[in-house]
Ligand binder design. Sequence first.
Ligand code: SAM
Length: 247
Amino acid sequence: VSRAAYDEIAGWYDEVIRSGPQSLFHDLVLPAVLELAGEVEGIRVCDLACGQGVVARALAERGAEVVGIDVSKGLLDIARRYEREELRGISYVLGDAQGLAGVEDASFDGVVCNLALMDIPDLEACLSAVARVLRTGGWFVFSVTHPCFQTPASSWTEDENGNSWRTVRGYFAEGFWRSDLPEGIRGRVGAYHRTLSTCMNALSGAGFALERLTEPQSTGRLAGEVPGYREVPPILVARCKKLRVEG
Ligand SMILES: C[S@@+](CC[C@H](N)C(=O)[O-])C[C@H]1O[C@@H](n2cnc3c(N)ncnc32)[C@H](O)[C@@H]1O
């Protein structure tokens, strides 16, 4: 995903999050991420690839001291505008997750990265930067589109009985791809697909231990709109603990 990709769609992305038609985000993703982050009162948390700051604000409202970092100036401008409108003590910093230059070692108790690891070309560089800025014993919570079901050639189909099926191909085709649905995020900016084993091995390689995984199932309103979400999880959410610094 090019650096400028989200600058070009910053206003649109903010509108998507704000107006909530993408109820997947508010119904399933955000609650799952906040649940795995757990109690955050009084601790220092980095919202990595924070976008317009929706997760940062949710964490700050739960009492965390939050720093949001993102590579998109356009989205950071929007995040800062929200902060000016209602002060929550969040600071926003322009930075690249693949290094986090200028961010001090061991300066966070927790790092959250919501729906953004798929946007970052060098996963290993990103995870070693996350490990570096976390204190030992600190946690890393992230959500990604589910690597097993959101592959470069997957789609929903419906059988003659009206049942939804997820058909999956291209699981092993790691790398950049772009959805052929032009109106969605992944049609607009593309994504990096990685297998589950690539993701998990990269985490342990960077010095993380997996503590918990969740694959939220939709049962409510969202399942009415996309019945397949009752059958197949659209996202994977993980909580990991930093054991040591890589290298
Ligand atoms: C799908 S958006 C998610 C934004 C936010 N976490 C949320 O939940 O709304 C992906 C974000 O990743 C950011 N991003 C992409 N590459 C990045 C990088 N190398 N460093 C930091 N942020 C990056 C984009 O600018 C964008 O804000």
